[in-house]
Structures are given as structure tokens and as C-alpha cells.
Write a protein that binds this ligand. Structure first.
Ligand SMILES: C[S@@+](CC[C@H](N)C(=O)[O-])C[C@H]1O[C@@H](n2cnc3c(N)ncnc32)[C@H](O)[C@@H]1O
Length: 156
């Protein structure tokens, strides 16, 4: 299974055996890859029933063990220590999804208003641990952000 350069770059940022919640998973190729090749536990969330159906069909096809659900963002999803991945959406949508008392590690790839996303993260007491720029026809910005509320690391 071959991922796009952008999704491969996101996968490369994730350690084996991680727990992932992928919001806006669409086809769930990232989750399928992470489960099959990095033994990650993945919850693929999409607001479109059609995408969830496609994700489930793809998981069967590639013999991956992921969970795919239809849901609006993280509403009513119980969070523990999962890494939350949101990619292929605009900043406004990402902010709507994350605008609560979130502390999970984040991997975000927005295709609009990166500066606004960075400001939002700062306001939520996150710092940017890593930023990767990928050229794949277009330029993609991938941000790894961690919550450091109340500690000096926030100022990194
Ligand atoms: C362009 S696709 C990105 C797919 C994949 N994450 C990637 O990076 O290639 C965006 C997906 O986000 C989903 N989406 C948008 N807003 C959402 C929300 N609030 N909750 C869940 N899914 C959402 C859309 O239905 C669509 O399938």
C-alpha cells in the first residue's frame, strides 16, 4: 500500500503502537497504513456516512483492523492519550473541531491560514514541537503540537 507523499509524511511523524484519532479520515488510508505497518490503534472519524462506508470497505480490502465511525468532529468522543490527527481541512474547520479544553498531542495539516492555526494553538497553550513542509504538487504544512499549559515549555 502506497500513501501520498503528504500522508506518508504524517505517518512518518507517528511512532509504532500509537493510539490515533483521525478526524476527517475520508478513505481512511492513513489509518489503514498506520494499523497495518505501525501496529497503531486507529479510530477514523468522518462526518460523511459515505466516507465511513468507504473507510470500512477499504479496511476490509487491505485487511486492517481499524474502527471507522460517522461523527461531527470530536463531539461525544471520549479522549484519553490518543494523538489527534486532522489533515486535509481548512484552519476554520480545524479550530471548530478543537475548540474545547483539549490537551492531546496533535498532528495538523491545514490547507488555509496556517498563521491563524498557530495563533489558535498558542491560545490553547500548545507549542509547536515540529513543523514539516511537504512539496507534492502543492505545498503542505504539517504541524506537531503538544499541550504544555502552565509550564515554561509553553514558551518554546
Ligand atoms: C479532503 S478530506 C481529507 C482526508 C484525509 N484526512 C487526508 O488528509 O487526505 C476532508 C474530510 O474531512 C471530513 N470532515 C470535514 N469536517 C468534518 C468534521 N467536522 N467532522 C468529521 N469529518 C469532517 C470531510 O467529510 C472529508 O471527508
Amino acid at each position: 500500500m502506497k500513501l501520498s507523499k503528504r500522508l506518508q509524511a504524517i505517518s512518518d511523524l507517528i511512532n509504532p503502537n500509537s493510539k490515533i484519532i483521525d478526524v476527517g479520515s475520508d478513505h481512511a488510508f492513513l489509518d489503514i497504513y498506520l494499523n497495518k505497518y505501525k501496529n497503531c490503534e486507529c479510530l477514523a472519524i468522518d462526518k460523511s456516512k459515505f466516507c465511513t462506508k468507504t473507510a470500512i470497505e477499504n479496511a476490509k480490502k487491505y485487511e486492517a483492523n481499524i474502527i471507522a465511525v460517522t461523527n461531527d468532529g470530536l463531539n461525544n468522543i471520549k479522549l484519553n492519550d490518543e494523538i489527534i490527527v486532522i489533515s486535509g481541512m481548512g484552519t476554520r474547520n480545524i479550530i471548530k473541531i478543537l475548540n474545547f479544553n483539549i490537551t492531546n498531542d496533535l498532528i495538523l495539516s491545514s490547507h488555509t491560514n496556517i498563521d491563524e492555526l498557530k495563533e489558535f494553538l498558542k491560545s490553547k497553550k500548545y507549542y509547536i514541537e515540529k513543523e514539516v513542509i511537504i512539496e507534492d504538487g502543492k505545498t503542505y504544512d504539517i504541524i506537531c503540537a503538544k499541550y504544555k499549559g502552565g509550564t515554561n515549555e509553553y514558551n518554546k
